[in-house]
Design a protein around this ligand. Structure first.
Ligand code: TRP
Length: 438
C-alpha cells in the first residue's frame, strides 16, 4: 500500500476509539470476570494490573510505533523496517494464526450474545432463578444447531463490516456506542454493589489472597492482559499505521490501556457482588456472565430495557473487536496471497466459521484454542515485538518515531529499559515456567 492512499483517522478521538474498540470487547466483559473467578480473585487482579503496566503498555507502544513507522500492515512492517532480520516475519505469521484461532471461539461467544439479545427482547430472562438460568445457559451452549446458527450470523456481520472497509464504519459508531456501553456498566455496578451481601464479592475481587498465586495463575494473568489489550499479534501495529505523525503514541497507548482496564474492572465490580449475593460459584467458567447478569437485571428498575441495551452493546463491542481480528486474516490473504479483497473476506470468514463450528461441538477444542492463543501465541508474539523494538531497531529511530509529535518523551529511557530487558525477560520466565522448564 502506498502512503498516499492510506485512509487516515479523522480525529485523535477516532484513533483512540478504534483501537479501544478493538481492545474493549468480550475479553473485558465475558472473559475477564470468569478468568478472575477461576483464578481466585484479588491476587489475580493484582498480577493482571502489574502485567498491564509493566508489559502491556510497553508492548502496545512498540506495536503502534512499528506500524506508524512502517506505514504498512503487520506482516509487511517487520521485514520493511528490518530487511536484515527476516526472522521477525514470524510475528506477522503467528498473528494470522492467532487471529484464526481467537476469532473461531470468539465468534461462538459472540453468538451466545446474539442469543441473549433475543432472550432479553422476548423477556425470557426475567424472573428466572439461579438454577434455571444456569440450565438455560448450559442447555443452549451445549446444543449444536442454535449456537452454530448464531455463530454464522455473527461472522456474517463481521465479514460485512470488514468488506466495506474499516474506517468509515468503525470510527463513526464506536465513538458513540462505546461511551454508552460504559454508562450501562456503571449503572450495573451501582446496582450490584447495593445488593445484600455485595461486600463479599468486592473483597473477592480486591482483596488479594497471595496463597492463591500459582504458575497457572501468573500465566493466565499475563494471557488475559495480552488478550484484553489486543496486543502480541500485530492488530495494534496495523492501527498504528493509520495514526498521524502529530499524535503522541505514548499517550495513545496509555489512554487505550487505561480505558480497557477500567472497563474490565468495572465488569468485575458488576459481576462479583452478584455472584456472591446469589450464591453462584465464582469459578463457574465461560458461562459466568450469562448466568449472573440476567439476575442483576431482574433486580433492577427498568431491568428489561437495561438487559436489552446491554446485550446489544456487548454484541457491538464484540463486533469492533472481531473486525480487527478478521482484518488481519483478510489483509494477509489479499496482500500476501494476492486474492481479491472481497474473495479474501469470504474465504477468511468461511474458514474461521468452520473452525468455530468445531468449537461449538467440542468444548475441549474451544478451551484449547482459547488457551493456546492467549497464553502462548500472544505472549510469544509480544516477546518478539519487544525484542524487535529493543534490539533490532536503532534506538534513535525509535526515539524519533515516539517524539514525532515534536515533544520530548521524558520517560524514553525507562521505556527502552522495559522493552529491551524487563518485558522480554518477564514474558520468557512466565512462558518457560508454564512449559514446565523450571
Ligand atoms: N481484545 C479483544 C477483547 O478483549 C479481543 C481481540 C481483538 C484481540 N483483537 C485482538 C485479542 C487481537 C488479541 C489480539 O475482546
Amino acid at each position: 500500500m502506498a502512503h498516499s492512499n492510506r485512509d487516515g483517522f479523522s480525529s485523535k478521538f477516532g484513533v483512540i476509539a478504534a483501537a479501544a474498540g478493538s481492545a474493549v470487547g468480550l475479553g473485558n466483559i465475558w472473559r475477564f470476570p470468569y478468568v478472575v473467578g477461576e483464578n481466585g480473585g484479588g491476587a489475580f487482579l493484582l498480577l493482571y494490573l502489574f502485567f498491564i503496566v509493566l508489559i502491556g503498555i510497553p508492548v502496545m507502544l512498540s506495536e503502534l510505533m512499528i506500524g506508524r513507522k512502517a506505514q504498512v500492515n503487520a506482516f509487511r512492517a517487520f521485514p520493511s523496517l528490518a530487511p536484515k532480520a527476516p526472522f521477525f516475519k514470524i510475528v506477522g505469521i503467528m498473528g494470522v494464526a492467532a487471529a484464526f484461532l481467537i476469532l473461531s471461539f470468539y465468534g461462538v461467544v459472540a453468538g451466545w450474545t446474539v442469543e441473549y439479545i433475543w432472550l432479553a427482547v422476548t423477556n425470557q430472562l426475567a424472573g428466572q432463578s439461579n438454577a434455571e438460568l444456569k440450565v438455560l445457559f448450559d442447555t443452549f451452549s451445549g446444543s449444536t444447531i442454535q449456537p452454530i446458527f448464531y455463530l454464522v450470523v455473527f461472522m456474517a456481520m463481521t465479514a460485512f463490516i470488514v468488506r466495506g472497509g474499516i474506517q468509515n464504519g468503525i470510527e463513526k459508531y464506536t465513538k458513540v456506542l462505546m461511551p454508552l456501553l460504559f454508562v450501562i456498566i456503571v449503572v450495573l455496578c451501582l446496582r450490584a454493589v447495593t445488593l445484600d451481601g455485595a461486600m463479599v464479592g468486592i473483597e473477592f475481587l480486591f482483596k488479594p489472597d497471595f496463597s492463591k498465586i500459582t504458575g497457572d495463575v501468573i500465566l493466565s494473568a499475563l494471557g488475559q492482559a495480552f488478550f484484553s489489550l489486543s496486543i502480541g499479534m500485530g492488530v495494534i501495529a496495523t492501527y498504528g499505521s493509520y495514526i498521524s505523525k502529530k499524535e503522541n503514541l505514548l499517550n495513545t497507548a496509555v489512554s487505550v490501556s487505561f480505558a480497557d482496564t477500567l472497563i474490565a474492572i468495572l465488569s468485575g465490580v458488576a459481576i462479583f457482588p452478584a455472584v456472591f449475593a446469589f450464591g453462584i460459584e465464582p469459578g463457574e467458567g465461560p458461562g459466568l456472565v450469562f448466568v449472573v447478569l440476567p439476575q442483576v437485571f431482574s433486580q433492577m428498575m427498568g431491568g428489561y430495557v437495561f438487559a436489552v441495551a446491554f446485550f446489544i452493546l456487548l454484541l457491538i463491542a464484540a463486533l469492533t473487536s472481531s473486525v480487527s481480528l478478521l482484518e488481519v486474516v483478510v489483509a494477509y490473504f489479499s496482500e500476501e496471497l494476492k486474492l481479491e479483497r472481497k474473495k479474501a473476506t469470504v474465504l477468511a470468514a468461511v474458514s474461521i466459521t468452520v473452525l468455530g463450528v468445531f468449537c461449538v461441538v467440542s468444548p475441549k477444542l474451544f478451551d484449547l484454542f482459547e488457551w493456546t492463543s492467549s497464553n502462548l501465541l500472544l505472549p510469544f508474539g509480544g516477546l518478539l515485538i519487544a525484542i524487535f523494538v529493543g534490539w533490532v531497531l536503532d534506538k534513535e529511530v525509535v526515539r524519533a518515531e515516539l517524539e514525532s509529535h515534536g515533544k520530548k518523551v521524558a520517560i524514553f529511557k525507562v521505556i527502552m529499559l522495559i522493552v529491551k530487558y524487563i518485558a522480554p525477560v518477564a514474558v520468557a520466565i512466565v512462558l518457560l515456567q508454564s512449559l514446565g522448564v523450571f
